[in-house]
Design a protein around this ligand. Structure first.
Ligand code: IFM
Length: 440
């Protein structure tokens, strides 16, 4: 069963993970610059200071994309390049970089899918409370308007946020990602303020002429450790709310699921009148980032969280230790089709890290099986419009530093030499084959 003619094949990256040049052309500091400098936070003290040096080598990276034959490129815009202090007028040199990138993409027939916030919050905003401060939502909308004012004449598709749940969970609840705050369930307002920022940004983007706007969520289908155990099932429900439903339902239905299953602070203490109407501003698509399912069981007595993660042992795992379960992607797409009727979906991230080899049979197998799951969903009538591999290049994988390699292209960080892996050739052939066998 071929993919429809309008289906877009793409690759995805994010600013802090590839750009480097963290002090150039007036870029301000982000929470990740500060976090990486803090001893013990990132493996081997790696930082994004140089990363893949994409800020200087983007023409070479674009040539790789053109050769791959992708229809679309999902990248992120570094907020601290546009507003070094997170507020005030745009830094023209920051905008110029993305302006050139967009023009060069369009010249090659590649559709840009910029993401406005992929975790690199300006440090100045963090010092005012970061995402715990509701004002940050307004700052995101202001920043979105500045970017759209420059680019919306050429950029059709916009993604406001990347994986707000990861910022909430790892950045504010557990403290293992920037900004490193360990507030457990008191982190929930950080999630709400990101969603509010999303909603306000949707409206601001449209006012500046943006035509299609969505957000990219991280989804992990959840399995109860023992299906017949009531407490495990309750834990699974709580995890589903925390991880998945919290970031989708307010956006597509204008209401939260029942947050009492989490046992966090009373939502009335941070959700104000009008917030859900703002968050529920209609979107044109949902971005789906999928890597693996999660199994949970009931927490031990006294545990502050309403679930406890247990390993998924019956499936092979990637180099990150993440179980490889393409069927869970199919289930997820069915669920989103059912729960978000009429909202087109893009797989905005899917991919895997394996050991450092350009002969990456395991990645080819991973991608082929996940693409088959997407194909099956499309055949059932799920409106999936595109698929983006995470990632074009090996890059800075957050707390794993440069140890985890997700790229279709190998990067030698000592020389910045790019070497396409076998999976790159496979994906290029896959795209070419799909073009030759389209429907519609
Ligand atoms: O590298 C990340 C990306 O920044 C967000 N989604 C998951 C990827 C792999 O961990």
């Amino acid at each position: 069963m071929p993919f429809p003619a309008h289906f877009r094949w793409g690759v995805a990256t994010a600013a802090y993970q590839i750009e480097g040049a963290t002090t150039e052309d007036g870029r301000g500091e982000s929470v990740w610059d500060v976090f990486c400098r803090t001893p013990g936070r990132v493996r081997d003290g790696h930082t994004g200071e140089v990363a893949c040096d994409h800020y200087h080598r983007w023409p070479e990276d674009l040539a790789l994309m053109a050769d791959l034959g992708v229809d679309a490129y999902r990248f992120s815009i570094a907020w601290p390049r546009i507003q070094p202090d997170g507020t005030g007028p745009a830094n023209p040199r920051g905008l110029d970089f993305y302006d050139r990138l967009v023009d060069a993409l369009l010249d090659r027939g590649i559709t840009p899918f910029p993401t406005l916030f992929h975790w690199d919050l300006p440090q100045a905003l963090e010092e005012e409370g970061g995402w715990l401060n509701r004002d940050t939502a307004h700052r995101l909308a202001e920043y979105a308007a500045l970017v759209a004012r420059r680019l919306a004449d050429r950029v059709e598709h916009w993604i406001t946020l990347n994986e707000p749940v990861v910022v909430t969970a790892y950045g504010y609840a557990l403290g293992v990602y920037a900004p490193g705050r360990a507030l457990l369930l008191d982190a929930l307002p950080a999630g709400h303020h990101q969603l509010l920022g999303h909603g306000l940004a949707v409206t601001a983007l449209r006012a500046e002429g943006a035509r299609r706007v969505g957000l990219a969520n991280h989804y992990s289908p959840v399995w109860a450790a023992a299906e017949d155990d009531e407490a495990d099932r309750r834990a699974a429900e709580a995890f589903d709310v925390f991880m998945n439903r919290c970031y989708t339902e307010p956006v597509v239905r204008g209401r939260y699921p029942d947050l009492s299953v989490l046992g966090g602070p009373d939502p009335a203490s941070y959700v104000r009148d009008g917030d859900l109407a703002a968050i529920g501003a209609p979107v044109d698509f949902l971005g789906v980032n999928y890597y693996n399912p999660t199994r949970v069981k009931a927490p031990a007595p006294g545990d502050p969280l309403p679930f406890e993660l247990v390993p998924v042992e019956e499936h092979p795992v990637t180099g990150m230790g993440w179980p490889i379960v393409p069927d869970a992607l199919l289930d997820l797409l069915r669920t989103l089709h059912r729960t978000c009727p009429g909202v087109p979906l893009y797989i905005t991230e899917n991919g895997c890290a394996f050991d450092d080899s350009v002969h990456d049979e395991e990645r080819i197998d991973f991608l082929a099986r996940h693409i088959d799951a997407v194909r099956a969903a499309v055949a059932e009538g799920v409106d999936v419009r595109g698929y983006f591999v995470w990632s074009l290049l090996d890059n800075f994988e957050w707390v794993e530093g440069y140890h985890a390699r997700f790229g279709l292209v190998h990067v030698d960080y000592a020389t910045q030499r790019r070497t396409p892996k076998d999976s790159y050739a496979w994906y290029r052939d896959h795209i070419a084959r799909s073009r030759g066998a389209v429907t519609g």
